[in-house]
Write a protein that binds this ligand. Structure first.
Ligand code: NAG
Ligand code: NAG
Ligand code: NAG
Ligand code: NAG
Ligand code: NAG
Ligand code: NAG
Ligand code: NAG
Ligand code: NAG
Ligand code: NAG
Ligand code: NAG
Ligand code: NAG
Ligand code: NAG
Length: 751
């Protein structure tokens, strides 16, 4: 940043804060919870099939792309027979429950012998490939049935166990008991995902063959299998039995998932998270008073207790997560049917005065004790509270509150947060949650109590003399409601510097997508044009409705969400133009490479300064080059200069990024370059307004035309008789000829 001597009006971080705070003002009055922003977390498509045969298939499970969380949760439904299978492991699914249980069928391992002890039939069974979902250790039992039989289970994670079932005579057998006589059962440890079952006989059955010709071993859901002596001879017609698997989301704990920067936490609103007890991952459940699918953003819905018969003896009132029952007039208490009931108000107490005196004394003593305790605690607390209140005042909280209370009729979308809330949301401003850092301050990713994910900006210190202006600016910014401007949800004024709470934008910045090495050229031309148009729209809207000059337009301040919608952010150093003025004299702030040269020299700030910076972004989108680069020659170090000189030298197409060259239609490329050229004029007065820029960009988006490559090919068609070498031309020389063809001439004068 450059400061111009004599400039009195030092822009402070205060302004940034203020801008952010605006929405807050509006909201303060009413919206405690504000409108819920949909998170861009993965939600299933709306029209997913949720049944296969009799089975309900709730999200995160699903039967086709877009309907399940990821392929661990894919269930295939055989169209002809309507039979659901868990794709991984190919297991028939019987039941899915939200508490992490998945019932599937697995097979019975067995060996049958003939009278002479020869094996006549058999099967060893393995359950493989479900690896994500372990077998429930609480719900299943490894079971062996037979009278001369052992069974062995070998599980993943090095688990091995055996069970032996013996009996010489049927008289000792008991139905329903698996204690080793004819039937043996044992538990399964945690974390077993795959297992192999085998079974066999100790002496080939010659003594027991009459009543027990086979050996059986299987894993089964506990309450499903009830041993009966009849099974010894006749279990072989049961080939499949249910087993319960434990499913869970991911392999992180709740805490890890909540702070995962990749936004993988899937529990929706009004939910609680709990760790899976078997292996890794977590599960969600609706909090008390709510029901529904906790894995959907709005899955948990309030239970209307009043509709459930007999909640109340009298009138019932449903509340979010709860309900209450009113008592008849003259009565008070809890009118719930199983509550304490209603009792008469003000029943005169006709007991002995002794009792009242004793009561009075003990109450009095209690009150005194309480008071003392209160004072002791209070002394400690007061300092903290005072400090907070002080900050609140210093940070313009009172002014904001006043402003807010006056703007009652405006739609309230902002909220004043308590410091505690935000501390909790960011695990006490844990460094792990920092998602951005810069001259303006630090941005944390936070999760509010209702699981909403937000960005919390902790700005740098505020200059006390600027409070009033800060507050005014926040107020104005709070009124900006534009799909391409990052929304301010609220702020917290109890800290030394105000904290601003924004909607969380998931997909990093335009800068990141254009210049990060691992992502080079990740954005197609069509998308670039859309991002430019959306950004122009946001700026035009701001200039025309609020007179706010952003002052720091750059690709790093254009955030993208998952579908690459542009969101202009960081009004940290924005400036409000008082009505009646068209420019301001101020300290020059901004980012090198994007600063309007006129503003830089004169200190005069107008909305045309944003237009210049926007021009630089257009060039960035066209060329994919960094705004300042030491790889270019000294003269061309600045991208704006590099671009204008390429126009002068008529080699504009050379500097386009390869991807843009290939995808962009020539008319659009020309058009955008033309706009950029106008935006980058030295004299602010000659630059177009953002509104004009926006309209031109919109018109260009609708143009249809040919890409450079297509034109090249058409151009060469008549030359088919020429030597082949001609076609081996490099792309850029081909572009030269195309440039002439397209008669593309951008006037290099007029600067
Ligand atoms: C459905 O099941 C039948 C019989 O088991 C089988 O022939 C058919 O191929 C299956 N269809 C699909 C789509 O898997
Ligand atoms: C599925 O499981 C739930 C809860 O465990 C149970 O209430 C329901 O009856 C089961 N459904 C089937 C078809 O087994
Ligand atoms: C089960 O047996 C198969 C084949 O013998 C083997 O590849 C696999 O590792 C075994 N699985 C376990 C859990 O022991
Ligand atoms: C166990 O139950 C079966 C029928 O389910 C019966 O035939 C058999 O006699 C019973 N055995 C004993 C020992 O009670
Ligand atoms: C198992 O069977 C026995 C006798 O047949 C019966 O008394 C018992 O209640 C059954 N247990 C279960 C859990 O079904
Ligand atoms: C085996 O059990 C089935 C029913 O579970 C019965 O219909 C069948 O007759 C039995 N077979 C023998 C040989 O006992
Ligand atoms: C499925 O998603 C979870 C987290 O949501 C992840 O941990 C797991 O690795 C994913 N599995 C696959 C196969 O992508
Ligand atoms: C969790 O899952 C991810 C993605 O599947 C994997 O890269 C990572 O190693 C797993 N972590 C643990 C502790 O298993
Ligand atoms: C976030 O996702 C990226 C790429 O998908 C992965 O490399 C990184 O490990 C993930 N981070 C966390 C904390 O899961
Ligand atoms: C989940 O597990 C982690 C580590 O095992 C523990 O610190 C955390 O308190 C658990 N969370 C819940 C909600 O149980
Ligand atoms: C409902 O309230 C009336 C008095 O208002 C009481 O007599 C009656 O027993 C109550 N009924 C129940 C089910 O609590
Ligand atoms: C009244 O019933 C509800 C649900 O039926 C239960 O949650 C609550 O604990 C009961 N209250 C009392 C005082 O028994």
């Amino acid at each position: 940043m450059v400061s111009i001597p004599g400039e009195r009006e030092a822009m402070s971080t205060l302004h940034k804060l203020a801008v952010l705070l605006l929405p807050l003002l509006v909201v303060m009055l009413a919206a405690r919870l504000g409108t819920a922003q949909p998170e861009s977390k993965s939600e299933p498509e709306p029209n997913c099939p949720r049944k296969c045969g009799e089975l309900n298939i709730p999200y995160p499970f699903g039967t086709r792309e877009g309907c399940y969380l990821n392929d661990s949760f894919l269930i295939t439904c055989n169209d002809t027979e309507n039979i659901p299978y868990l794709r991984r492991g190919n297991l028939r699914v019987m039941n899915i429950s939200f508490d992490g249980e998945l019932e599937v069928l697995n097979q019975v391992a067995y060996v049958c012998y003939d009278k002479s002890g020869e094996i006549v039939d058999g099967l060893t069974y393995s359950l493989q490939g479900t690896s994500r979902f372990p077998i429930s250790y609480t719900r299943n039992k490894f079971t062996v049935v037979g009278c001369d039989t052992y069974g062995i289970i070998t599980g993943s994670a090095g688990y091995q166990a055996s069970c032996t079932a013996l009996c010489d005579d049927t008289q000792y057998l008991t139905n329903g008991s698996c204690s080793g006589i004819g039937c043996c059962q044992t538990t399964i440890p945690k974390r077993v995902t795959d297992f192999n079952l085998s079974t066999g006989s100790f002496d080939n059955r010659y003594r027991v063959w009459d009543f027990s010709p086979c050996d059986f071993a299987f894993v089964v859901k506990e309450e499903v299998y009830n041993f009966s002596t009849a099974h010894l001879s006749n279990l072989s017609n049961i080939r499949e039995l249910p087993v319960v698997l434990n499913w869970a989301i991911g392999n992180q704990t709740c805490e890890e998932a909540k702070i995962n920067v990749n936004n993988t936490y899937v529990c929706g609103k009004n939910t609680e998270c709990y760790n899976s007890t078997n292996r890794l991952g977590y599960l969600c459940k609706c909090i008390a008073g709510y029901e529904g699918n906790p894995y959907l953003e709005n899955g948990c819905q309030d239970i209307d207790e009043c509709k459930i018969s007999n909640s109340c003896n009298r009138t019932c009132h449903n509340l979010p997560g709860s309900y209450n029952c009113s008592c008849p007039e003259g009565y008070e208490g809890d009118g719930r049917i199983n509550g304490t009931g209603c009792s008469l108000i003000n029943v005169p107490n006709k007991k002995f005065p002794f009792i009242n005196i004793a009561l009075g004394i003990s109450v009095g003593l209690t009150v005194i004790l309480l008071l003392i305790a209160f004072i002791l605690v209070g002394v400690q607390k007061r300092n903290i509270t005072k400090v907070r209140a002080n900050f609140f005042r210093k940070n313009g909280g009172i002014m904001l509150q006043n402003l807010l209370s006056r703007s009652e009729n405006s739609v309230q979308t902002t909220k004043i947060f308590r410091e505690e809330e935000l501390k909790k949301a960011t695990y006490n401003f844990n460094d792990m949650l920092v998602v951005g850092e810069g001259g303006f301050g630090t941005v944390y990713k936070g999760t509010l109590a209702d699981n909403k994910i937000v960005a919390i900006k902790k700005s740098k210190l505020v200059d006390p003399s600027q409070i009033e202006q800060f507050v005014t600016e926040v107020k104005i910014l709070s009124q900006i409601k534009h799909p391409n401007v990052v929304k301010l949800l609220g702020c917290c004024l109890e800290t030394p510097v105000p904290l601003l709470v924004y909607e969380f934008i998931t997909n990093k910045t335009l800068f990141h997508h254009l210049h990060d090495e691992s992502r080079v050229s990740s954005i197609p031309w069509e998308l670039r044009l859309r991002i430019a148009t959306e950004t122009a729209d946001a700026l035009a809207h701001m200039h025309s409705t609020t007179q706010i000059i952003h002052r720091d337009i750059k690709s790093a301040n254009i955030l993208l969400n998952d579908d690459y919608t542009a969101k202009v952010s960081d009004f940290g150093i924005s400036k409000l133009v008082p009505s009646g003025k068209t420019h301001l004299t101020t300290l020059v702030q901004g980012t090198y490479g994007y600063i309007d040269p006129e503003h830089f020299e004169s200190g005069n700030l107008t909305e045309k300064s944003d237009v210049y910076s926007f021009g630089v972004i257009l060039v960035e989108l066209l060329t994919g080059q960094q705004v300042l680069s030491s790889e270019r020659t000294e003269k061309n170090r600045s991208l704006a200069r590099y671009f204008t000189s390429s126009l002068e030298e008529d080699c504009f197409f050379h500097i386009l990024e390869d991807r843009v060259k290939q995808e962009g239609n020539v008319e659009q490329l020309k058009g955008v370059a033309e706009i950029a050229k106008k935006c980058l004029k030295m004299k602010g007065g000659k630059r177009p307004t953002m509104e004009e820029v926006k309209q031109e960009l919109e018109a260009l988006s609708e143009l249809e035309g040919h890409t450079l490559v297509e034109i090249q090919i058409e151009e060469r068609e008549p030359l088919l008789g020429e030597p082949l070498a001609y076609y081996d031309d490099t792309a850029s020389s081909g572009l030269d000829s195309m440039r002439n063809l397209a008669a593309f001439q951008i006037n290099s004068g007029g600067r």
